[in-house]
Design a binder for this molecule. Structure first.
Ligand code: WT7
Length: 654
């Protein structure tokens, strides 16, 4: 894509200085920020090494800070040894063993509290259970669970023994689960009978059975947590109840001391082409950035209650639920269900009941909840909230202002945090006690993160408001290490565009006259639906897997709440259906995609055409399809279009 295509239309001049309540009290104040920036500028390796020594417990201290011999496969602290679970749990036992680690609320309203001591004991018991099943360091374990404390226990237990977990979001279908299990070559699945979501039970074990029935040869055992109480079949010799797996196990388990570069987890995410990529993170570097950003960006203090609403199936649920806040010794809230059950006040009721002080969610959730009106949150006491955050997509200034006024009572800083599954932790963000915020801008890179915006030739874009490619100039500890099983794809996707000179995020961005970063969107064919990345290719492959579909093209269309919705153009075998028959097939295909990938990938619109608009070289004219999906006037060059008549079909007018 040419850089002149990256244009910005958004202008925002409002500015909000750091709240009085923060200035002087925040963990990072202006002076500390300056110091950190200066240290990072002077010697980035020394900067990270000092932080790693100060903030992590090393069983064997590292001497090598950054091994660049195989760049861009960077290795951090590569002769050091540590254990992530030890750093999240054991380190707190002496001083805050009785402090609440997790406040859990189920969708039906059940509440459970686990202290650090309780959580440590649960993790140890489950670690011993895993060992008893023969799971050893380096084995892959797939976790397919609802948002319950046991999901965190399972992740932490894997980390404790060195098994590499891959959490698959509970909203993904059996087919998606199977693909991830197979790509990872997992030996074990940990799941539940079902989870509560949207007033229904999500049949996780049933989906697991379906996945395993269609492949997954490497799976030996399935551990099943009893959660929803459904009567489910258990397969002899393969399936084990969670409570049986831990029965009789000791609540102590010596952690495995692992090399800092040992993989901590894989997390699958969409790209523009091909199957989802297994993003691989390493123990030491990941944990360092996870812990630091919880302290710096969320300013976690001893009496804070931090609620990050993300599911553990996404990276946000790894870094700001399962690992980072625990490493920081914080109290977190976990909620199992949907934001609108039993009504649209549920999030605010949870904030009130559990006295949440720091709240982190996605713009799509804010927009959805905003629609119900100010009186919904006004009915709850939100006065304890002192800091708000957003992640996942650009936030529109209107939603930002609402968040600030209605949820933040005009006096909470908002941190709009830019990062990715690949970056491991927050990269560009305001610091609540330092940064004057502007609605819609993620402001500045954190100390030690050398973000820049470059043009097609890799030169820094210095004109204010001119768009370019968002890149990171220097490696950082929490960066991905590779794509599982496909290092070539790692190199091609993130490094080759500018001759391996810097990490290419795949986003376009601009800097305003004050140097503030504004994310403009993806530069590839990746959709951002409700804050989650979906590859157009994945949805297209799902569609063509249906017996009636010959060809499909999928584009994003701007959507009030979800950011983007999925719009699919489909070419069918045989006659193009009309009227009721067309409606019926649309429903069938929507259901089909839902089953193939998961409900988040279900297209909102499907339109049938006799063929798709293509360039002479045979490339689908996606920009044209996007214009048509929006209902805009066509300004693209369509002179090469062979069959002009299909435009009417694509528009839905014939
Ligand atoms: C993509 C990464 C990071 C956890 C959630 C999504 C977009 C993320 C922001 C933000 C504008 C954002 C980018 C990025 N994105 N945060 N604050 N402002 N855009 O993780 O699925 O890996 O997606 O989400 O396009 O590349 P992910």
């Amino acid at each position: 894509m040419a850089d002149q295509d990256i244009q910005s239309i958004l202008r925002e001049d409002r500015e909000f200085p750091p709240a009085d309540s923060f200035v002087g009290k925040a963990r990072i104040d202006a002076q500390r920020y300056q110091e950190l920036c200066a240290q990072a500028e002077k010697d980035p390796q020394e900067f990270w090494a000092n932080l790693a020594r100060e903030h992590l417990h090393w069983h064997k201290p590292f001497k090598v800070v950054l091994d660049e011999s195989d760049a861009p496969n960077y290795r951090w602290f590569s002769d050091g040894e540590l254990n992530v679970s030890y750093n999240c749990l054991d380190v707190h036992l002496a001083e805050r063993g009785d402090k609440t680690a997790i406040i859990f609320e189920g969708e039906p309203g059940d509440v459970r509290r686990l202290s650090y001591r309780d959580l440590h004991a649960e993790v140890c018991r489950f670690s011993n259970g895993l060992k008893a099943l023969g799971i050893v360091a380096g084995d892959r374990v797939v976790i397919y669970m609802p948002m319950v404390p046991e999901a965190v226990v399972a992740m932490q237990a894997c980390a404790r023994i060195g098994a590499i977990h891959s959490v698959v979001f509970g909203g993904f279908s059996a087919n998606s689960l199977r693909d991830r299990i197979e790509d990872a070559g997992a030996r074990l699945v940990i799941t539940a009978d079902g989870g509560h979501r949207g007033g229904k039970v999500v049949p996780l074990k049933q989906a697991t059975d379906e996945a395993l029935a269609s492949g997954c040869e490497t799976i030996e055992k399935v551990i099943v947590l009893r959660r929803s109480g459904e009567d489910i079949p258990m397969k002899d010799g393969r399936d084990i109840w969670w409570h049986q797996a831990i029965s009789g196990q000791s609540d102590r388990c010596e952690p495995a001391w692992l090399n800092a570069e040992h993989p901590l987890f894989l997390l699958y995410t969409s790209g523009s082409t091909g199957k989802p990529k297994g993003i691989q993170h390493a123990c030491g570097g990941y944990l360092l950035n996870a812990k630091l950003t919880n302290l710096w960006v969320f300013d976690l203090q001893d009496n804070d209650v931090f609620w990050c609403t993300a599911d553990v199936g996404w990276v946000t649920g790894h870094t700001y639920v399962a690992y980072g806040p625990l490493a920081a010794g914080a109290t977190i809230v976990m909620y199992e269900g949907a934001p609108t059950v039993p009504d649209s006040g549920r999030f605010w009721k949870i904030c009130q009941d559990h006295q949440v002080t720091v709240f982190y969610t996605a713009p799509t959730a804010i927009r959805a909840l905003m629609k119900f009106g100010d009186e919904v949150p006004a009915a709850y006491d939100l006065s304890r909230i002192r800091l708000l955050g957003t992640v996942g997509e650009p936030i529109n200034p209107e939603a930002w202002m609402w968040y600030r006024r209605v949820i933040g009572n005009e006096n909470c800083p908002i941190v709009d945090t830019w990062w990715q599954t690949e970056t491991g932790a927050i990269m560009i963000t305001p610091l609540p006690g330092v940064t004057a915020t502007k609605p819609g801008s993620c402001t500045h890179p954190l100390p030690g993160i050398f973000a820049d915006i470059v043009d097609q030739d890799g030169n820094t874009v210095s004109d204010p408001d001119k768009g370019g490619f968002l890149v990171i100039r220097k490696p950082w500890p929490g960066m991905l290490r590779t794509i599982w099983g496909d290092n070539q794809r790692y190199l091609d996707t993130y490094w080759e565009k500018f001759g391996r000179r810097f990490y290419v995020a795949g986003d376009s961005a601009r800097r305003d006259k004050d140097g503030y970063f504004w994310i403009m969107g993806r530069i590839d064919d990746v959709l951002n639906v409700a804050g989650h990345r979906l590859g157009t290719m994945e949805v297209e492959s799902a569609l063509v897997a249906h017996e009636r579909v010959v060809e499909a093209a999928v584009v994003g269309r701007p959507h009030d709440i979800k950011g983007e919705s999925i719009f699919a153009y489909v070419v069918l075998q045989g006659e193009r259906p009309v009227g009721d028959e067309a409606l019926k097939l649309v429903q069938e295909l929507r259901g089909w995609v839902s089953k193939e990938i998961g409900p988040i990938a279900r297209p909102d619109d499907i339109r049938f055409a006799d063929n798709l608009p293509k360039t002479r070289s045979g490339k689908i004219m996606r920009r044209l399809l996007r214009t048509i999906a929006k209902g805009d006037e066509i300004t693209e060059d369509i002179s090469t279009l062979e069959n002009q008549a299909i435009l009417e079909q694509l528009r839905g007018t014939s």
